[in-house]
Design a protein around this ligand. Structure first.
Ligand code: AMP
Ligand code: MG
Length: 595
């Protein structure tokens, strides 16, 4: 199910906007459910109502029903409030769930804002806010809609969710490509000098959204693909109650304490060979693991706990009711959501989808990631000779294989010399073939930095001077509607910038949502003093004691250090003094999708 939120301060017009959006989106043929969250008492807390009285008296759950609707109310009493996810799982499938409130939850949101209610909440508090619906201009880099322009807001939400904007009849007709990103999406506010890493990340997170469109894919071929829709179970798992062991099955009711001797019926129940007919009470049947429980059987005793002859089985009672059996649907019930949209499928997910009868799934089209190298000194391939002033292209094979390892479709855009006209021609073709372009080299602001010069003059460039080592400026631009990440030429810096910035950004573009780098704290095996003001990443690996050792040289030209390492140590923006044993954050390559 696709979830979209409406947030805002009190009296900012949230409920009115919700109401109009529900009407608008259902009118377009989508089914809509809603969630309303309140910090205070709500409709059903009005004292004196019948259901209130039931609950006051101590009922755990109250089902309130009438010919018009029913509502199941669960009393939390001293239990903690469940997270939104857990509550969403209780809703029946719908195309869109609109959520009012829950402003800190990670789903995408639109923020309602009225000039009179004061400043907008915005990304400072929550960078999942995608746009503002306001009755007056607001200072913000996000798109703004008029609070009353429900049609435009609904268009934006449906596009942001990767759903259709047109009538549902057209929706059924084929794969859809969502609208392109805005040309000025990477613009930084005026006067920003050095951008801290976290701020750069949260800006990327708030301006990017899925760009791929959807297609169907056979489940067996779907590893690495991103679900575009909730996968809903076609059938329960298990579909019928069955036996968890090899043993003997019978009706619990007809057994008791002490030694039980039950006559055996002829035949047996096995997986794939169900027992025909019923087992009379007081009788037992031979049953094997995975076999459907025959009629009359609700309990199974393990064969190791039985004595058997040709006609009878005996065991020590009492047996526990339903022992060694599995209930129908105890794993997943038919019609329930099995995996959410945005989930990237792994091997176990293919097992789950197959078990639930899903032979194909709706997935995001693979993100096409173009990789281009620039520089007069670069020789495209080590299969060609290089003069002493030339170097072989190290970045392109690295970035192409990163993209492939992240389960995208890599597009080799080759190499171009430091010539703006040539770079422009190559980017023109690339923008048509790719969803996103990674370039390396020429990204700074010097004389020979032709990529940034070109993007500045002809694209829409925002050079982000990120407070990061290694990694000089990261150039971010739109070229004919396609985002371009201008990575540093230096392979060490190119890899760090790709792992830290491109990886989560690409994941968002691909419909899989933002991904945080996974790291853990380990003791350092090194000493280092670091000044405040920028984040640092060191090439590192764990020694035999699980301590992080770092590569002997921090020189950013040392490509061998990237291979020596099995991950990165991340040092915070602040000053730190590290001695052997100090805790440091280690980001293993695997957690960054590098393999
Ligand atoms: P630049 O960002 O173009 O100033 O390049 C910085 C350094 O990285 C220079 O030493 C370049 O020669 C080197 N470099 C640029 N591109 C590549 C590449 N594709 N492979 C290896 N080294 C590169
Ligand atoms: Mg260069």
């Amino acid at each position: 199910m696709k979830v979209y939120g409406v947030t805002g301060w009190k009296n900012a017009g949230k409920t009115g906007l919700m109401e109009r959006l529900v009407a608008e989106i259902t009118a377009r043929g989508f089914s809509v459910s809603t969630v309303k969250h309140a910090h205070h008492t709500t409709d059903v807390d009005q004292p004196g109502t019948d259901s209130f009285r039931h609950r006051q008296a101590g009922a755990g759950e109250v089902l309130l029903a009438s010919p018009h609707r029913w509502a199941l109310m669960a009393e939390l009493r001293d239990a903690p409030e469940p997270p939104l996810e857990a509550l969403l799982a209780r809703l029946s499938p719908a195309d869109v769930v609109l959520v009012e409130g829950y402003k800190t939850a990670p789903h995408p949101k639109i923020e309602a804002h009225r000039a009179e209610t004061g400043k907008a909440l915005l990304s400072a508090e929550n960078n999942s806010v995608r746009a503002i619906a306001s009755d007056a201009p607001v200072e913000s880099p996000l798109p703004r809609f008029d609070l009353d322009d429900t049609g435009a807001i609904a268009d934006f939400i449906l596009a942001d969710l990767g759903l259709v904007m047109a009538a549902p009849s057209e929706a059924a007709s084929g794969d859809l490509t969502p609208p392109r990103l805005r040309d000025d999406c990477f613009a930084m506010p005026q006067g920003v000098a050095w951008v801290p890493v976290n701020e750069a990340l949260s800006r990327l997170k708030s301006v990017l959204r899925p760009v791929t469109g959807t297609e169907t894919c056979a489940t067996h071929a779907a590893r690495g693909r991103v679900l575009a829709e909730t996968a809903v179970a076609r059938r329960s798992n298990p579909p019928r109650p069955n036996s968890a062991v090899d043993g003997y099955g019978f009706a619990h009711e007809a057994t008791g304490e002490g030694v039980q001797r039950l006559p055996l019926v002829a035949g047996r129940a096995a997986a794939g060979q169900p027992f025909e007919g019923a087992v009379p009470a007081g009788h037992a049947v031979r049953i094997l693991t995975g076999a459907i429980l025959p009629e009359g059987v609700d309990t199974v005793v393990l064969e190791e706990d039985c004595a058997v002859n040709a006609t009878h089985v005996a065991f020590d009672g009492p047996a526990k009711l339903r022992a060694n059996t599995r209930k129908a649907g105890e794993d997943v019930t038919e019609g329930s959501p099995a995996l959410p949209a945005g989930h990237r499928l792994r091997a176990p997910d293919l097992a789950l989808l197959s078990a639930l009868g899903l032979g194909e799934v709706t997935v995001q089209r693979k993100l096409r990631v173009g990789v281009l190298s620039t520089g007069d000194e670069i020789v495209p391939s080590p299969a060609e000779p290089a003069l002493p002033h030339q170097i072989w292209d190290a970045n392109r094979p690295m970035l192409l294989s990163l993209a492939e390892g992240w389960d995208y479709a890599p597009v080799d855009l080759g190499h171009v010399r430091d010539d703006q006209a040539l770079i422009a021609t190559r980017l023109d073709t690339a923008a048509k073939e790719c969803d996103v372009i990674l370039t390396s080299g020429g990204a700074s602001a010097g004389d020979e930095d032709h990529v940034s010069a070109l993007l500045r003059s002809q694209g829409t460039l925002s050079s982000w001077r990120i407070a990061l080592k290694p990694g000089r400026p990261l150039a971010l631009a739109m070229w004919n509607g396609t985002p371009v990440f201008g990575l540093p030429g230096n392979p060490v810096a190119a890899l760090v910038c790709a792992l830290i910035f491109a990886r989560p950004a690409l994941s968002l573009l691909a419909g899989a949502g933002w991904t945080e780098a996974q790291g853990f704290t380990v003791p350092a095996a090194f000493s280092k003093r670091k000044k405040p003001g920028r984040r640092e990443f060191l090439r590192a690996r764990l020694d035999a004691e699980g301590r992080a050792e770092v590569f002997a040289s921090e020189g950013s030209g040392r490509i061998s250090g990237l291979s020596w390492a099995t991950g990165l140590v991340e040092l915070p923006d602040e000053a730190v003094e590290i001695a052997p044993g100090s805790p440091v954050r280690f980001l293993p390559y695997e957690g960054l999708g590098l393999r």
